[in-house]
Design a protein around this ligand. Structure first.
Ligand code: HEC
Length: 256
């Protein structure tokens, strides 16, 4: 009998400790974004932004009907993106251990970037055609799709937007993204530029998710600006946005 009651006491002590743990609001690590996940997501976001910037910097050349070969293949674009990434993060992306999860994901993303640029060489190098539809927004979506394919359900990236701004159906926000846009990124007191992250169930699996806001700059307004409804260069009606408005949200999902 003594043995049993001692056991029961030990059990109830364990229960009490557990209860205090839950009641105190301490969240077990399983529900909390880890520092490593946050660092990986920020790194992938920085690389996507760097690559899009290279497309943007080359936009006039890409759109020039007089030039045939633009000399902008996957390798060249990546070589230009690396210093931009390094400027933004303070880290040389090639110094990140390829055996680590971070290094593996970043290299897969860089391969996806090169793949998209190389696939589009016939479009890019077409002579006699001005606007070719190869713009940072579209390029970013294609890179994210190629990355998702490479990662086979381990990681995903997306650039989405508030529902009423969505142009491409593939960019529509899912339930979590909509909720984060409404309750966090668009909240009046949300710090400008601040990302939001959480561990949540996505497609039935536990996943770390990060959402980083993107705001319209001057260069976006020829397509997304005023007057609202006017058809832009790409054939879409303009959103009537103003500089500084929340234009999109870059999300990174890392399945656990
Ligand atoms: C030349 C016109 C043009 C410019 C300039 C432009 N965009 Fe876009 N944007 C588009 C098009 C077209 C799409 C749809 C791309 C696709 O096929 O996925 C798009 C898509 C997007 C999306 C994804 C959601 C959606 O609606 O499909 C976001 C976010 C976005 N743009 C933000 C920006 C921001 C921020 C800038 C400036 C840094 C910018 N865009 C500059 C034309 C443009």
């Amino acid at each position: 009998m003594g043995g049993l009651s001692a056991l029961l006491t030990r059990r109830s002590t364990a229960m009490a400790v557990l209860l205090v743990f839950f009641l105190s609001g301490a969240s077990p690590a399983a529900d909390t974004p880890s520092e490593e996940e946050t660092a990986i997501a920020m790194s992938l976001a920085a690389m996507l932004r760097a690559a899009r910037t290279v497309v943007s910097l080359n936009q006039d050349r890409i759109n020039d009907p007089a030039i045939g070969d633009k000399g902008l293949d996957g390798k060249t674009l990546l070589a230009a993106a690396v210093p931009l990434y390094q400027e933004a993060t303070g880290v040389d992306p090639l110094s990140i251990d390829p055996q680590s999860r971070h290094g593996r994901l970043l290299r897969a993303q860089m391969d996806a970037i090169a793949e998209v640029v190389d696939e589009h060489q016939p479009t890019l190098n077409q002579q006699g055609v001005g606007f070719k539809g190869f713009i940072p927004s579209t390029f970013g979506r294609l890179v994210n799709e190629a990355f998702g394919k490479r990662m086979g359900g381990e990681a995903e990236m997306k650039v989405t937007a508030p529902q009423e701004l969505i142009r491409n159906r593939k960019a529509r926000p899912d339930a979590w993204e909509s909720e984060v846009i409404r309750t966090k990124l668009r909240a009046p007191d949300w710090p400008r530029g601040q990302f939001y992250s959480a561990v949540t169930t996505t497609k039935g699996r536990p996943a770390f998710r990060l959402a980083a806001p993107e705001y319209y700059g001057e260069s976006c307004l020829s397509c997304h600006g005023e007057p609202k409804g006017e058809i832009d260069l790409t054939g879409y009606p303009k959103e009537g946005a103003k500089e500084g408005d929340l234009g999109g949200v870059l999300t990174v999902t890392l399945y656990r």
